[in-house]
Ligand binder design. Sequence first.
Ligand SMILES: Cc1cc2nc3c(=O)[nH]c(=O)nc-3n(C[C@H](O)[C@H](O)[C@H](O)COP(=O)(O)O)c2cc1C
Length: 237
Amino acid sequence: MTETIKLMQAHSSVRRFKEQEIPQEHLNEILKAAQMASTWKNFQSYSVILVRSQEKKDALYELVPQEAIRQSAAFLLFVGDLNRAEKGARLHTDTFQPQGVEGLLITSVDAALAGQNTLLAAESLGYGGVIIGLVRYKSAELAELFKLPDYTYPVFGIALGVPNQKHDVKPRLPLDQLVFEEEYQEVSVEAIEAYDRVQADYAGARATTTWSQRLAEQFGQAEPSSTRKNLEQKKLL
Ligand SMILES: Cc1cc2nc3c(=O)[nH]c(=O)nc-3n(C[C@H](O)[C@H](O)[C@H](O)COP(=O)(O)O)c2cc1C
């Protein structure tokens, strides 16, 4: 196994951090690694807002009460961004029509790839972190806090810092339920129940709900309207 693969297979999210900074040169290297992720047509349709001031982290925590935000040495907000695209496109055309599903997929996939590079690069330097997707439920408030212009929206954040906790690696689905030879195969309900048990064993006393209960919480009801409303306001829907 290579060192890279070992690092990737050892990943686990870190949500508690020591009161220790990440030096600027480390942040630069992490962000330069992030930037090298593949990106649709090299459009680089995302931006990153680096939050280091405790004041701003606390303001964000008020909106999204996740302890990792408040404790992080650096919080990186990944923004889906077609604002640059508008400026480039308008050099050549009077019409700019980014609204719709493709624009959202292009920007969120680009942001996600850069985000994953960020986390792995940080982990390779001994830092830990967690992706915070809950920022989306407060999209409009974040747009105001971070002065996000038209054609931009928060996709997720990453809280980074020196780890103050270490969890075992969280077991994933068996590979044959996720990777199919040549054509798609629907998994059985028994397989889902078996994975519920694997997850329950892993979480032990920390478990409050099962994996499938969390699926029900997420998808058993209509999505929150706040994400869509903000995308409409930012002219992306
Ligand atoms: C898009 C996305 C959003 C996430 N949002 C949150 C979040 O808001 N809060 C949180 O504690 N973890 C969040 N996570 C972390 C996941 O819960 C975590 O990656 C998953 O449970 C697997 O655990 P592991 O990363 O420790 O292997 C998010 C992960 C992703 C990919």
